[in-house]
Design a protein around this ligand. Structure first.
Ligand code: P1T
Length: 379
């Protein structure tokens, strides 16, 4: 079956007692046992929950994975994946990642003895220069947050596997509708399901997927031990979002490409970062590994912070807020908001400067979005 059909049906069965077509919210912490240890396969909701499992079957199917694990947040998924490694292990990571991922790696996992090197992997040959004898994994985020850099997943997976690294890809910005990293050679995919998968800005969640049975067994053990599971309601909300993910992604991509084309032409915009633009350095790779270019656009407004602040306060439909991937359009200032936890000198090196603005293009009528940007840019 094709992906739009699978998004609706994969992993879903009518409920056994009533035939309810939608998976119920199994809002229970525990399950009755017939005798000690004689259970139905369900013992305790941290360990097993039918609503969560329905979501996991759905996500696994879309990501071409044999295993998926839902988490309480994207950060919880990333933290659990990091527990596959031990003190003294070294991980190479692309330089531009979500600020919370950078914070998790450098201010949490590093204090437990993991070592990280951040490098611009837009040039795949940069990997070799970052390797150490103790390098165990490669963490990739593409398109990256917030600079929308594109990383060649196939080429880097091949290179990394030659050094026996575990390749992990954060696929939050693309979703499995646009890009399936496991098919391109990655070993583990992580998501913030808070974003496009949930799709309505009403839930926090995460996921990790793999086809590797050893990683899957360990991830299941780790999640049960760490206890960072989503509640059944949250799993249900993400599952509901999944059903419209293909439709929504199509609308996000169409609106974003119209808006990127508008911004490129605007005299007050110094630079537009959108992988769909032919001028984007990663455009050819994006075109080969993604089926469309996504709903995120980052741009530099002339005039630094004062102009950026004025613009951010002038938009009327775009809401000034962290996060992305909901049906509604959001706008934010990475340096002061989503990436504020990254030290200023690193932000400066990366180019996350005071004029940098990121938009999550929603699925409203694109003409309203264009008019909103236009009026705010003329103030
Ligand atoms: O917020 P949470 O569900 O824990 O997901 C973290 C996360 C992981 N990976 C990527 C690529 C992300 O963008 C995020 C969260 N990002 C935002 C909140 C943001 O506004 O960029």
């Amino acid at each position: 079956m094709r992906i739009a059909t699978r998004a609706i049906h994969a992993g879903q069965h009518p409920e056994a007692i009533t035939g309810a077509i939608m998976t119920p919210v199994f809002q229970t912490s525990t399950y009755v046992q017939h005798g000690p240890g004689e259970h139905t396969g369900y013992e305790y909701s941290r360990t097993q929950n039918p609503t969560r499992e329905a979501l996991e079957r759905n996500i696994a199917d879309l990501e071409s994975a044999s295993h998926a694990f839902a988490f309480a947040s994207g950060c919880a998924a990333a933290a659990t994946v990091m527990h596959l490694f031990k003190a003294g292990d070294h991980i190479v990571c692309n330089d531009d990642v979500y600020g919370g991922t950078h914070r998790l790696f450098t201010q949490v996992m590093a204090t437990h003895g993991l070592e990280f090197t951040f490098v611009d992997l837009g040039d795949v040959n940069a990997l070799e220069g970052a390797l150490r004898p103790n390098t165990k994994a490669l963490w990739l985020e593409t398109p990256s947050n917030p600079l929308l850099k594109i990383i060649d997943l196939k080429a880097l997976s091949t290179k990394a596997h030659a050094h026996e690294l575990v390749v992990i890809c954060d696929n939050t910005f693309a979703t499995p509708i646009l890009q399936r990293p496991l098919e391109l050679g990655c070993d583990i995919v992580v998501h913030s399901t808070t974003k496009y998968m949930g799709g309505h800005s009403d839930v926090i969640g995460g996921a990790a997927c793999t086809n590797n049975d050893t990683h899957a067994k360990r991830l299941g053990f780790l999640r049960n031990s760490l206890g960072n599971v989503p509640g059944p309601w949250d799993a249900w909300l993400v599952l509901r979002g999944m059903k419209t993910l293909p439709l929504r992604m199509k609308a996000h991509c169409e609106n974003a490409s119209r808006i990127a084309a508008y911004l490129v032409e605007h005299k007050r915009i110094e630079r537009v970062m959108y992988p769909g633009l032919k001028t984007h350095p990663g455009h050819a790779i994006a075109a080969s590994q993604m089926s469309a270019f996504g709903g995120m656009i980052t741009f530099i407004l002339e005039g630094g912070l004062p102009q950026a602040e004025r613009f951010l306060k002038s938009v009327k439909i775009f809401a000034l807020a962290e996060s992305l991937g909901g049906v509604e359009s959001l706008i934010e200032h990475p340096a002061l908001m989503t990436h504020a936890s990254i030290p200023a000198h690193i932000r400066a090196q990366l180019g996350i400067n005071d004029g940098l603005i990121r938009i999550s293009v929603g699925i409203e009528d694109v003409n309203d979005l264009l008019e909103d940007l236009d009026q705010a840019l003329s103030i």
